[in-house]
Write a protein that binds this ligand. Structure first.
Ligand SMILES: [Mg+2]
Ligand SMILES: [Zn+2]
Length: 209
């Protein structure tokens, strides 16, 4: 049965955008914004070699918040898949949740609602598992936030955390991935996607013995 590794996008595969002057952080919304994170290509290649089908599940609430269009999200995701394909990495499917529970000025009202797909809910992961006919017990959700870990666990998958120790001074993961509430504790972690992939594939090897 298919074993899928579902990857978060921002902070896991590609970097966020930082405005040098204001310090404001946004996510990529144009193909020119795509900056692959160190270890991302290497990590995805290692997962594919270990037999994982790769997919992406990303929260993109900006269209609901009026920050940029759904078309901009789709164009950016398509460009990322294309860019990865040129590096020999096949992404089987992409799910993007463009909803937001409260939205924002100028947002598309049809996207403003409490949906079942926005992580930490499991909807996007469930859709991917069903589409690919994946075996949950051998599949993983890999991301850089506690919402990714929660979504993975809610879908009955294993959860891996990319945890860069030099970031996120305000987030609930700042103390590191160990010692967290069990609901937030990942099954594997690494400072980059490459390190996380090594931990994931190592745990597969260990499970065979
Ligand atoms: Mg992320
Ligand atoms: Zn949604």
């Amino acid at each position: 049965m298919t074993r899928v590794a579902i990857l978060d996008r921002d902070g896991t595969i590609i970097d966020v955008l930082r405005d040098e002057e204001t310090g404001a952080i946004t996510v990529a919304f144009h193909p020119d914004h795509i900056r692959l994170l160190p270890g991302a290509v290497e990590g995805m290649s290692a997962l594919a070699r270990a037999g994982f089908v790769l997919a992406i599940a990303t929260n993109q609430p900006a269209p609901a918040k009026g920050q940029f269009s759904a078309e901009a999200v789709r164009r950016t995701n398509d460009a990322l898949v294309e860019r990865l394909s040129k590096q020999g990495i096949a992404i089987a499917t992409v799910e993007a949740c463009m909803h937001h529970p409260t939205g924002g000025a100028g947002g598309d009202p049809s996207l403003v609602r409490a949906c079942d797909c926005r992580k930490p809910k499991a909807g996007m992961l469930e859709a991917i598992v069903a589409r690919l006919g994946a075996d949950r017990s051998r599949s993983w959700m890999l991301g850089d936030s506690s919402g990714d870990v929660q979504a993975g666990k809610a879908a009955g998958l294993k959860a891996g955390l990319v945890f860069a120790t030099n970031r996120c001074e305000l987030c609930p993961l700042r103390a590191g991935p160990t010692g967290l509430d069990p609901r937030l504790r990942p099954d594997a972690h690494g400072a980059t996607l490459a390190e996380l992939a090594t931990a994931v594939t190592g745990s597969l090897a260990a499970a065979l013995h």
